[in-house]
Design a protein around this ligand. Structure first.
Ligand code: GLU
Length: 503
């Protein structure tokens, strides 16, 4: 068998969304699982929909995810160029070939003429399609004489090239995920293959490139399934062997109904893009997973499981493990519902797998956190204590802010619950008790606080609650002896005495 070669072929019409990332990931996983190549091809023939910066965004997003192409506009390769806009000569060559067959014809109808006909159809309650029925009465090389056609070409009258859909043929199609199905050609229209500026449309350029780049498997979104019949016939027309196809189901909204759309991020409060994207026209910034604080390993693991079940219901898999396990036969036919809580769960699990030193490094990279003047030693202690309960790296700082700043205010409810005259008296005595300690490690602190409570005949709550309030400013946080230990003796005593004086 020839080498497995899989391509991801995005159009630079905007940022990649979750569905696009998943397609790229499955393309990559399948290619690597089969010992094959993963190719990135930029499909930029539709200049009207081109968005500035989109290609760079796609490259950067794939890189962040760790999905590295073997061949791409950036990485090069022997099947290049990898941007369709740079392959015009190749398409021209194949256009000549298909025009020699009975599968293509020239159509000279102007957009205005087609609009007219469309309106006529609408008036009689029908929908116009350029197809086996209507082409016999339109202005094209099937209805005009060869001389008339030549005259129009000589007169530089613009034309498009259309595919001549065969009449009443049943096409037997096959999809790796969906199995076999058939479609009658009478339900398909005569798609434009080459536009009047000479640029190929998606369909024509796509099959030419897949052939020229020796692509063995096309794995793409389900929105391309209706084009599969046309693509089969294009391969037939060109006399080429076609690749195998797999169409991936949609990613659905959290409630399970309808496709997750680009606007759903703003609506439901989670990113639908891997990285932040600033719309060059409106300036609107859409949130990305990276900027939201997701670890790329967690993100990619979450995306992989939107529509694929690894063996034994395993959930946490590294990219290498996913490559080893990936199987298109285990990709779901039904749509995959997006689940924000699950996405967060993945991040939490991956965070727990990191060493304290790794997290420290990540924490120091989080923007807008005021870590200046904090020693690595103290930060490591805070990380070790807080990481179990954190979803994101930044949570460690946000949830443990009291380690770095004295309480500026004391939570009102907490004060009502934990503070009274007895607390004032107990806390000032406790401060003296702690001051006399020589060691200040968590165990000694725990013992000292117990001893203090016992001597005074107090329940532990009577000591711990006001103590926590004095240290944290509210009744939350990890174990109080651990907080005392990290704050250190001097800072702890100052906070306790400050509370005694000020609450
Ligand atoms: N350029 C197409 C897209 O953006 C590629 C479809 C395909 O993979 O065939 O979705």
């Amino acid at each position: 068998m020839s080498k497995v070669r899989v391509r991801f072929a995005p159009s630079p019409t905007g940022p990649l969304h979750l569905g696009g990332v998943r397609t790229a990931l499955y393309d990559y996983l399948f290619a690597k699982n089969q010992g094959g190549d993963f190719v990135l091809r930029i499909e930029d023939t539709d200049t009207a929909r081109y968005v500035e910066g989109a290609e760079d965004y796609i490259m950067e997003a794939l890189q962040w995810c760790g999905i590295v192409p073997d061949e791409s506009p950036k990485h090069g390769g022997k099947y290049g160029p990898y941007r369709q806009s740079e392959r015009r000569g190749i398409y021209d060559r194949h256009l000549k070939e298909i025009l020699k067959t009975d599968y293509a014809y020239l159509a000279f109808d102007t957009p205005e003429e087609l609009d007219e006909i469309r309106k006529e159809f609408e008036l009689s309650g029908e929908v116009f399609a350029y197809n086996y029925l209507t082409r016999t009465r339109l202005k094209n090389s099937l209805t005009l004489s060869p001389q008339e056609v030549q005259q129009l070409i000589d007169d530089k009258v613009p034309y498009v090239v259309r595919f001549k859909m065969p009449v009443d043929r049943v096409l037997n199609l096959e999809d790796i995920i969906r199995g076999k199905f058939s479609v009658n050609t009478n339900t398909l229209d005569d798609k434009v293959l080459v536009k009047n500026d000479g640029m190929p449309t998606y369909h024509f350029a796509n099959i030419i490139d897949d052939h020229e780049m020796e692509i063995s498997h096309v794995i793409r979104g389900e929105e391309w399934l209706p084009s599969l019949g046309l693509h089969y016939l294009l391969y037939e027309a060109m006399g080429w062997q076609r690749p195998q196809f797999a169409h991936l189901s949609l990613i659905l909204k959290p409630e399970g109904k309808g496709k997750l759309s680009k606007r759903d991020g703003d609506k439901f409060g989670f990113p639908v893009f891997p990285l932040n994207f600033k719309d060059p026209e409106t300036g609107h910034v859409s949130k990305g997973y990276r900027e939201d604080g997701y670890l790329p390993e967690a993100f990619i693991n979450m995306v992989a499981l939107l529509g694929w079940s690894p063996a034994n219901d395993r959930e946490i898999l590294s990219l290498e493990e996913m490559v080893a396990e990936f199987d298109l036969n285990k990709v779901h036919k039904a749509g995959a519902r997006f689940n924000k809580e699950k996405a967060e769960w993945f991040n939490h699990e991956y965070l727990k797998l990191k060493s304290d030193e790794q997290i420290l490094h990540l924490l120091q990279q989080v923007r807008d956190l005021d870590l200046e003047g904090q020693s690595d030693e103290k930060l490591l202690k805070v990380i070790s204590l807080m990481k179990e309960r954190a979803t994101f790296v930044k949570d460690i700082y946000n949830e443990g802010r009291f380690f770095f700043e004295k309480p500026a205010v004391y939570d009102e409810k907490a004060v009502k619950k934990a503070w009274n005259d007895a607390a004032v008296e107990n806390m000032s005595a406790l401060a003296n008790h702690l001051e006399s300690m020589s060691a200040f490690d968590p165990d000694s602190i725990r013992a000292a606080v117990h001893e203090f409570a016992e001597q005074r005949g107090l329940g532990m709550g009577m000591v711990m609650m006001p103590l926590r309030l004095a240290l944290v400013g509210e009744l939350k946080g990890p174990d109080v002896p651990d907080i005392l230990n990290i704050l250190g003796k001097e800072e702890s005593l100052s906070r306790i005495r400050n509370a005694v004086d000020n609450i």
